[in-house]
Structure formats: C-alpha cells, structure tokens
Write a protein that binds this ligand. Structure first.
Ligand SMILES: Nc1ncnc2c1ncn2[C@@H]1O[C@H](COP(=O)(O)OP(=O)(O)OP(=O)(O)O)[C@@H](O)[C@H]1O
Ligand SMILES: C[C@@](O)(CCOP(=O)(O)OP(=O)(O)O)CC(=O)O
Length: 385
C-alpha cells in the first residue's frame, strides 16, 4: 500500500421527519425501539448533510469535524458505528488479500449540515446516515441500505430511516441483538412525488431535553406510553402504510397529526413533564386547522418532533392554499427566496377567529424551509477534505 496515500469517499444524506414517531427504547445501548415508526425522507436539494470519510497511513487518530468544529468521536454510539464498519471491511480484506488494508487505518471524517444542528431538525438522523454511508463507500462494502440501517441505528435511532428515500418504515424487531431492527422502504419517492412540506422554524436553539434523555424518562414514568407502544402504534403503522400505498392524503394527514399529538401527550404524561411544543407550536396547529376548515377538506397535516418546530405536510396541488397561507402570514421571514418559495403566492385572509394565533406565529417563527419528499443518500465526488 502506497505510504501516505489518502483514500476518500463522500456522500450527501437526507433528513427524515417521522409521521409515526419513534419514542422509547427497549435497549438503550443498541438504540432498539419499543415501537416501529415511519417517516418521509426530505429532499436533499433543501436539507442535507454532506460528509467525506478518508483514511491514510499518515493519519494518527480517528477524527470527526462537524461544521468546522472538532467533535468527540469517542462516544459509544459513534464508536459502535466505526467498529461495525471496520469489521465488515476486515472481512473483505481477509477474503481478498490484494485489497488495501484500510480497516486498520485512522479515519478522518469531515461533515457539514446545511441546517441548524441539534435544533430538532433531525440533524443526528442525517448526520449518522451520512457517516455510515460515506465510510461504507470508502470501504467499498457491498452492504445493502438495510444492513447499513442496522449500523446507523446504533448512532441515532432515527438515522436508520435516512438510508432510504421516499416513505420509510423502521421495524422495532424482536431479536435481542437488534439484527431485525432495520429500516425498509414502504414506497419510493416516485410513488407519491407530490408530497411537500413547509417547516416553520420556531427556534434554532439547542433544545433542553435531548431525545435520548426525554424518551427514557417517558419509558420510565408514563402510563400512557404503554398503550401507545403496545396498541396504538402497531395499528397506525398498518394504516399509514395503506394510506401511503393508496396515496390517500386525508388518511395520511389524520394519522400524522394524531400520532404527533399522541407522542407529545406521552411527553406531558412524563414525570416531570416534558414540553417540546410551545405557544408558537400551538399557534401553528390552530392555523393548520383553519386552513383545513377554510378548504372544506384536509389539505395539510402538522407534526412536531422533540422541539417546537412545525413540519406541515401537504400535496403539490394544494400549495397555493397551504404554503400560500403561510406566506401570507410569514412572508417577511427568510426562506421564501429560492425556486420553491418564489412560486408560492400569498393566499387571502385567514379567518378572524385565529388572529391571536397568527400574531403568535409571526412573533415566534424565525424562518421557513420549503421542501418535499426526496431520495436516499447520494454519492458525490465533491470532497470536504
Ligand atoms: N453531520 C453529522 N455528523 C455526525 N454527527 C452529527 C452530525 N450532525 C449531528 N450529529 C450529532 O447529532 C447530535 C444532535 O442530535 P440531537 O438528537 O440532539 O438533535 P436533532 O437530531 O437535531 O433532533 P431530533 O433527532 O430530536 O429531531 C449532534 O450533537 C451530533 O453529535
Ligand atoms: C421525536 C423523534 O424525532 C425522535 C428521534 O429520536 P433520535 O433518533 O434523535 O433518538 P436517539 O435514538 O436517542 O438518537 C421521532 C422520530 O424521529 O421518529
């Protein structure tokens, strides 16, 4: 092997936003969830992580840089991902001795998120998916997205769903070693390409209760949580898969909003209670309800992760009424520039009775992000180092 040669590979990986939420682990070390979950992968043209993984005899230790800042790479979750990937590479090298011995070299990982990190915009999902995918490319692993999802899950649970594009499920699985707790494609983006999302960024601050800590507190103290994991979610998973296969937006929307509400109800039922939604989030809920009432049918569905930001799903055909109403209210905020936003015309008046919510939304939202369903990780020759 040529001394000092640098081997490298890069990838883009997408964010995903769950419509049936993952909340609660049955194994905290392996990130094995109590219930299955389902998400929509969002377009990398709008939100993405870009990661370059390289290795060389000239590197002296493993390093990770995120948005220009050195990160602690010794965390058990990152170490679990690196260990598994190195094992797979070692296996390849043992079968073919002509391959360069990359598994034993130090890794340099450089990553950039084009959106706020740790603000509840699923940065850990895109981040770990990109980390795993870029190293798998560097090592030329023949591993499928399913196998890589098993590894990425150990970095952050929701990351396993970012190995696929479109509409993605994550099976809770039952094996103690997590071998069957993997992501799977429910439908590719092309099946229902009209799905759009407007993200109302309520706060770009780091949240105070992390998902990891919050979900364990819920598992430990919420009585509602048991019913959610055992009865409510299994039924909803089936219904949601049917809604996606049948492109039934009304059903998709009803399940999405109800599941978000159910997840936040278990947070409130946690002792002490956890509040991820705030007044701005509740104002977004009211505006979505008003948009649906005015349209006379369900044209939009809100969902909230472990933070106050609203993600509002809608179909392209209803862009004028959904995104248009938000533009009417939040037209002064950043995020409307660019090809998606420029097409959106301000829609007419919102009903009088939600004037207070409109005001709260205007005060509490800092920016909007317009996006839609998108594909899975993309290999790139654009390297960060
Ligand atoms: N590009 C990246 N590469 C590697 N790790 C990353 C990357 N981006 C984020 N992370 C890790 O994910 C952490 C943020 O995860 P956290 O779960 O707190 O927030 P979030 O993913 O934005 O929100 P949530 O998952 O609750 O929606 C960061 O502190 C970092 O450790
Ligand atoms: C509310 C959620 O976004 C929770 C995501 O939790 P994480 O995947 O960030 O948690 P860890 O596995 O502890 O890293 C719901 C979801 O994405 O399904």
């Amino acid at each position: 092997m040529a001394d000092g040669k640098v081997y490298r590979a890069s990838t883009f990986a997408p964010v995903n936003i769950a419509v049936i939420k993952y909340w609660g682990k049955r194994d905290t070390k392996l990130n094995l969830p109590t219930n299955s979950s389902l998400s929509v992968t969002l377009s990398q043209d709008d939100l993405r992580t870009h990661t370059t993984a390289s290795c060389s005899t000239s590197f002296t230790s493993d390093t990770l840089t995120l948005n220009g800042q050195p990160q602690d790479i010794s965390t058990p979750r990152t170490q679990a991902c690196l260990r598994e990937l190195r094992q797979l590479r070692k296996h390849l090298e043992s079968k073919d001795t002509s391959l360069p011995q990359l598994a034993s070299l130090s890794l340099k990982i450089v990553s950039e998120n084009n959106f706020p990190t740790a603000a509840g915009l699923a940065s850990s999902a895109a981040g770990f998916a990109a980390l795993v995918r870029s190293i798998a490319n560097l090592y030329a692993l023949p591993a499928s997205p399913t196998e890589l999802s098993r590894i990425a899950r150990q970095g952050s649970g929701s990351a396993c769903r970012s190995l696929f594009g479109g509409y993605v499920g994550w099976n809770h699985g039952s094996a103690a070693d997590g071998s069957d707790s993997v992501a799977y494609e429910v439908a590719p983006a092309e099946h229902w390409p009209e799905m759009r999302a407007v993200i109302l960024v309520a706060s770009a601050e780091k949240k105070d209760v992390s998902s990891t800590a919050g979900m364990q507190a819920t598992v430990g103290t919420s009585a509602l949580f048991k019913a959610r994991a055992e009865t409510i979610v299994p039924q909803r998973m089936k219904e949601m898969e049917d809604a996606i296969r049948g492109k039934d937006f009304e059903k998709f929307a009803s399940l999405t909003t109800r599941d978000s509400n159910s997840f936040h109800a278990t947070c409130l039922d946690t002792d002490p209670p956890i509040f991820y939604m705030n007044d701005t989030s509740r104002a977004a809920v009211r505006v979505c309800q008003a948009i649906n009432e005015t349209a006379g049918r369900t044209v939009c569905a809100y969902t909230f992760d472990a933070g106050p930001n609203a993600v509002v799903y809608y179909l392209a055909a209803d862009e004028a009424v959904v995104a248009g109403t938000f533009r009417g209210i939040l037209g002064e905020k950043t995020g409307w520039e660019g090809s998606r936003g420029e097409k959106v015309e301000k829609a007419g008046q919102v009903p009088e009775n939600i004037a207070g919510s409109v005001d709260t939304l205007q005060k509490g939202i800092s920016r909007v992000i317009l996006t839609g369903v998108g594909d899975g990780p993309r290999k790139t020759e654009e390297h960060l180092c």
